[in-house]
Design a protein around this ligand. Structure first.
Ligand SMILES: NC(=O)c1ccc[n+]([C@@H]2O[C@H](COP(=O)([O-])OP(=O)(O)OC[C@H]3O[C@@H](n4cnc5c(N)ncnc54)[C@H](O)[C@@H]3O)[C@@H](O)[C@H]2O)c1
Length: 429
């Protein structure tokens, strides 16, 4: 198989677009298919449809090697490797919704010889085996199946794809896995070859472990608040131990986004469906839920009843450098504050379009100081650079009362207090 073979990508979201742009950068012709007309139209017009640093430039640079289409036949036409990057959102039961994955099987064209489906979407352990059985029962034993879970993080997705810590390739036999491993040779990174179920589990276990680290440090932070210790120094002290490592030990409002909440819930359900009660993950999820709500008590400590008070949420996206609002902490916070009778405002540099649909009843602002004008308190929800450089002087002048709850521990408590703010963060005295 030639290294520069044409590639198909199904799904033009974060994973699909980054996969497509990065393989095009490596020299492949890539055809990206989505079912969302608006998304394909935006891409054809030279846009991205999503906010991801570096992606627009990469798409532009490789425009002649990239094609966007609504027609699934085009994606399968020339490609022997088709990357499945469709969404697998949570269902009401917490299991992953695999309907988009099954739809891909329904859309397989007859006679696409030598084709391999490469599953980049996060799917429950056992999905690959079910897909294999289904393909065989439809007389498509010729179609190969490889699990190739994606570990990129929004905000740094392009760099994560181009310089990953590892590429995991799970296959039922060596053949199709070898071909997919060849595609990644240009990246020069470690490639871990496994069976399909193990590859699927590596993805879930990795996300669940990272989420566990976050909930763990948040519980330590909550105990720090009771005892007077400083969680940021505790985390530094812990992280210097190489067995622990410094990453994902930042206390705050907890995790959100399109991956951690759904993947932790899906792994918990997967275990439960197989008869195993995953107690640790139950606690990880509960701690994460409660962590966002602690902000309300902190506000009430300074403001008393929140009824009629104006509270500004600084940052609405689930993390900086993305416009993704899926499972963002701001959604829970805004709902809780509205339920307390507060008047809620929101500011974000890139996610206002998404926020408009999701945050009904919240007054949205493009300008940070306009969002703070007359506010009784501000809550740092997403650590955008503009928030890290909090304009104490101007904010102090326009706010009704200078109450600042730093939900991401990004400001210096001494500086905030020197600027005469009533400042609270998470787990720091
Ligand atoms: N976003 C991340 O940070 C991230 C990281 C690693 C893994 N993942 C996983 O990758 C998968 C995709 O995530 P995402 O964030 O890119 O999702 P997304 O929702 O941004 O994009 C999915 C896209 O797939 C399209 N789609 C649905 N059915 C389709 C079909 N039959 N053919 C073609 N397109 C179809 C949707 O219209 C949508 O545009 C998920 O399983 C997710 O868990 C996401």
């Amino acid at each position: 198989m030639s290294r520069l073979e044409p590639i198909g990508v199904l799904g033009a979201g974060w994973v699909g677009l980054v996969t497509a742009a990065c393989f095009a950068e490596l020299g492949h012709e890539v055809c990206v298919r989505d079912i969302d007309e608006a998304r394909i139209a935006a891409l054809e017009a030279g846009g991205t449809g999503i906010y991801e640093p570096g992606l627009a430039e990469l798409l532009e640079r490789n425009r002649e090697r990239l094609r966007f289409t609504l027609d699934v036949r085009e994606a399968f036409a020339a490609a022997r490797s088709v990357f499945v990057c469709v969404g697998t959102p949570p269902t009401h039961s917490g299991d992953a919704d695999l309907s988009a994955v099954w739809r891909v099987l329904d859309e397989l064209e007859p006679g696409s010889d030598g084709l391999t489906l490469v599953m980049k979407s996060t799917v429950p352990v056992g999905t690959g085996e079910k897909v294999r059985i289904e393909l065989d029962s439809r007389g498509r034993a010729d179609v190969g199946y490889v699990s190739n879970p994606e570990f990129l993080a929004e905000g740094t997705a392009v760099a994560d794809f181009q310089r990953p810590d590892r590429v995991v390739i799970g296959s039922f036999g060596p053949g199709p896995g070898d071909a997919i491993a060849t595609l990644y040779e240009g990246l020069g990174v470690p490639i871990l070859r496994t069976d399909v179920a193990t590859a699927e589990m590596i993805k879930y276990a990795s996300n669940a472990f990272l989420a566990t680290k976050i909930s763990f440090i948040n519980e330590i932070a909550n105990v720090c608040e009771e005892t007077g210790a400083d969680v940021s120094v505790v985390a530094r002290g812990m992280g210097l131990d190489p067995r622990i490592g410094p990453h994902f030990l930042r206390a705050g409002l907890g995790f959100g986004g399109s991956c951690f909440p759904k993947d932790v819930a899906a792994l918990k359900q997967l275990a439960g469906n197989s008869g195993y009660h995953f107690q640790l993950l139950t606690a990880v999820i509960e701690v994460n839920e409660l962590q966002k709500r602690r902000v309300v008590a902190k506000l009430a400590k300074h403001l008393g009843s929140l009824r009629g008070k104006t509270v500004t949420l600084l940052g609405l996206a689930f993390k900086p450098n993305t416009n993704d609002m899926r499972e963002a902490s701001s959604l829970v916070l805004a709902s809780r504050l509205l339920a307390e009778g507060a008047h809620v405002r929101g500011w974000d540099p890139v996610a206002l379009g998404e926020a408009r649909e999701l945050l009904q009843g919240v007054e949205l602002h493009e300008d940070l100081l306009a969002a703070l004008e007359g506010a009784d308190a501000a809550v740092i929800v997403t650590e955008w650079d503009a928030v890290r450089a909090f304009p104490y002087h101007e904010a102090g002048r326009v706010m009704r009362s200078a109450v600042l709850i730093d939900g991401r521990n990004v400001l210096d408590p001494d500086e905030a207090r020197a600027a005469r703010f009533f400042y609270e963060s998470v787990g720091r005295p």
